[in-house]
Design a protein around this ligand. Structure first.
Ligand code: UDP
Ligand code: MG
Length: 312
């Protein structure tokens, strides 16, 4: 098999058939499989996927999760089940058009030294807050993780099977796919594109979810916040010690009265806040360690359609 097209799907009943038709149109001269990973959809998505399989069992495979495990888990499941020479990850909502898959495939076939071809989002359709937020996210990620992050590099990418094997060899539970892509490295060619507007259904990544996703990324790929906590602690202890000496000299040597309540109260409140903040940072890491150590499965599959062998 030449190509596995991995499509994470959550409640995309309106776009699946159109997406399938577009893939069929764009890639009809290529031997490919479509691996739909249904991430616990509550609408008619799974039934539509089953109908599609009955219509075209040569191309369609479906993995259906027991509940919603998140897009990153769905990508992981798709990659685990990919056996083809190349794998490509594409969203189900037609914002990432299948014509680019052909473009990525042509590039990698003509430039064998490359292992990955990645589509880079131009952010042309994003609003200004999103643009600024994403720009800062990449800046922080690069500094914090010491890994290379190309701004706008999306999950919409095509890769050789060696890259797939490297990605699935990392079995952490909390999977921040962008970080994993950057961690495994490999020679990557970038192509700029602007995602199409979403014509059907709604985005599952609202601003709040994007912020929590960004924080997850930083905490999963960097221990810099912990270093920041130690530096704050050290600096405050040092400054307090100097201040203590100054007070001591003022009282004992110069016999001056030190004014009390206001300064004492501010210092107490600032320090209290800082201690809780640092505890919070430590708590974030402890909770992540706790989740990882339980080593629970990243996803659970309720139904597999189009697979004879039993790979879970
Ligand atoms: N998705 C998923 N599980 C989730 C959230 C999203 O499988 O928990 C899928 C969704 O169906 C789509 C892709 O991930 O195919 C990207 O989601 P979306 O289009 O909502 O993200 P956006 O394009 O707005 O960033
Ligand atoms: Mg989308």
């Amino acid at each position: 098999m030449k190509l596995d097209i991995i499509i994470p799907t959550l409640n995309e009943e309106e776009s699946i058939i159109n997406l399938y038709n577009e893939i069929d149109k764009e890639l009809n001269d290529i031997k490919y499989n479509i691996i739909f990973v249904d991430d616990g959809s509550t609408d008619n998505t799974l039934n539509i996927l089953k109908d599609l399989y009955n219509k075209d069992n040569k191309h369609i495979k479906v993995l259906s999760f027991s509940r919603n495990f998140g897009k990153d888990a769905a990508i992981h499941a798709g990659l685990i089940h990919s056996k083809a020479e190349y794998a490509v990850i594409i969203d189900a909502d037609l914002q990432q058009h299948p014509r680019y898959v052909k473009q990525m495939l042509n590039y990698i076939e003509e430039h064998k030294e490359y292992d990955v071809v990645c589509m880079v989002n131009s952010y042309k359709n994003d609003n200004i807050i999103n643009k600024i937020g994403k720009h800062f996210f990449y800046k922080i990620m690069r500094k914090a993780s010491k890994q290379e992050y190309k701004e706008g590099a999306s999950d919409f990418r095509l890769m050789k099977h060696t890259v797939v094997k490297s990605l699935i060899s990392m079995n952490e539970t909390n999977r921040f796919t962008k970080g994993l892509f950057s961690y495994v490295g490999y020679k990557t060619h970038y192509i700029n594109y602007t995602p199409d507007k979403r014509l059907y259904g709604k985005s599952k990544f609202k601003l709040r979810k994007q912020i929590s996703y960004a924080i997850d990324g930083i905490l999963n790929f960097s221990t810099l916040p912990l270093r920041f906590a130690s530096v704050i602690g050290g600096t405050i202890s040092f400054a307090s010690f100097i201040y203590f000496i100054v007070i001591l000299i003022k009282t004992l040597v110069q016999g001056k009265d030190i004014p009390g309540y206001a300064s004492l109260m501010s210092i107490l409140l600032i320090l209290g806040g800082l201690i809780l903040f640092v505890l919070g940072i430590i708590g974030e890491y402890v909770s992540r360690t706790y989740i990882e150590i339980k080593n629970r499965p990243i996803y659970l599959i309720k139904e597999k359609i189009g697979y004879d062998e039993d790979i879970l």
